[in-house]
Design a protein around this ligand. Structure first.
Ligand code: FEO
Length: 384
């Protein structure tokens, strides 16, 4: 794949992966992107997952023929991008590895070797001349690890963005960008909104025509769309008006209440209503929707004097990612000493700008007239 006249794609698609980073479902696989710039000097951006080293080396060979790379630029040390450094250096032992100081430390931790004789340590604003192409390095700590550097090519106006602007999904599968990019963003860097904001400020000062991330497609049209979404996500602003109802249910009664509330909201003309069973649906998808919409309803049973385990896991997945600036309604179910609403409220104690609805629905085992009226009041409040 040609990105510009002298920037070529040499990445690979992974359809064998079961869980990305040990936890994220990726039904459409994953892409580990890698790029080659051929100029007076030849530079390669990042390696790929260990299972695809040979395919990646063949892709490089296909572009370079018998030419030898001068630089291997390691923007990010997570093994989905760094695991083929060793085999690369066996094939091209004279290459200089370009990375941050922290990246070389992590390299030694993972692989027992940091190629001390072949290092070029770079930091923010350092430049590397390839010929026509001048590369300027942009430090992007915690997007997604502390060692990350990104790279701006001022000749081609290309921004190599490491994990930023990536998405789940292999490149040979057509799918909507925003859906899988949002799930990827909140799953992987959602906690680091402030660091992403800092990166966006730096990017705003660059004339960028193409974004080359390490996952997902190369972006070269309508870049404001992607930059604006990253701005919204990293500022923790809701992207769309709507309500996510997330529930757990043991005997079906809490589920019935959640579904009845969903119907009430639809009947009242609520912009968008999404509903998820936290025990059965992908929790990362639920996290994504919680950040996407401006209102959230949590419905769960009391369990061991606490909340049902899947609900606790879900709420902690939100709070550890700095969930904020949202309205939350609570539905609790309990047959004797109901504590779920109180516990859920406490779990958000440290979260900023959370508004709880005045109505909290209390179900005693199953819906009755009183709790159904409370549901109506909650629906009314959420649609105000
Ligand atoms: Fe794609 Fe943070 O590794």
């Amino acid at each position: 794949m040609t990105i510009t006249e002298d920037i070529k794609y040499v990445g690979v698609n992974d359809h064998d992966i079961d869980l990305f980073e040990g936890q994220h479902q990726v039904e459409n696989g994953m892409a580990y992107n890698s790029y080659v710039i051929t100029d007076d000097k030849i530079a390669i951006f990042d390696t790929v997952d260990a299972h695809f080293s040979e395919e990646w080396l063949a892709n490089i060979k296909n572009v370079l023929d018998d030419a030898k790379p001068d630089y291997l630029i390691i923007q990010h040390m997570e093994p989905d991008h760094s695991a083929s450094i060793g085999i690369f250096m066996e094939n091209y032992p004279d290459t200089t590895i370009v990375a941050s100081a922290k990246a070389f430390t992590i390299m030694k931790q993972f692989f027992g070797c940091d190629y001390a004789e072949h290092q070029l340590v770079v930091k923010e604003k350092d430049t590397l001349e390839l010929g026509k192409h001048t590369l300027t390095f942009v430090a992007a700590p915690m997007v997604h690890w502390p060692e990350v550097i990104m790279t701006y090519d001022s000749y081609a106006k290309v921004f190599f963005s490491a994990d930023a602007f990536g998405k789940f999904g292999a490149l040979d599968v057509e799918e909507d960008w925003a859906c899988e990019a949002r799930r990827y963003y909140f799953g992987i860097v959602g906690k680091y909104g402030a660091q992403v904001q800092a990166l966006l400020k730096k990017a705003a000062g660059l004339d960028i025509q193409t974004i080359c991330p390490l996952h997902g497609p190369v972006l070269n049209e309508n870049l404001d769309f992607y930059l604006n979404l990253y701005q919204t996500w990293s500022a923790y602003e809701p992207e769309d008006k709507g309500v996510l109802i997330a529930y757990t249910s043991v005997y079906g009664n809490t589920k019935k209440a959640a579904e009845l509330l969903a119907q009430m909201l639809v009947d009242k003309g609520c912009e968008k209503v999404a509903i998820t069973d936290l025990a059965r649906d992908d929790i990362a998808e639920a996290v994504e929707d919680a950040f996407r919409y401006d209102r959230l309803v949590l419905a769960t049973t009391t369990y061991n004097g606490d909340v049902f385990p899947f609900m606790r896991e879900f709420i902690e997945s939100l709070t550890e990612r700095n969930y904020q600036k949202r309205t939350i309604g609570l539905i609790e179910n309990g047959s004797w000493a109901a504590t779920a609403a109180k516990v859920m409220r406490q779990l958000f104690e440290k979260s900023k700008e959370i508004t709880f609805t005045e109505t909290t629905v209390k179900i005693m085992s199953a819906l009755n007239e009183e709790s159904t009226t409370q549901l109506e009041n909650l629906a009314e409040e959420l649609c105000k």
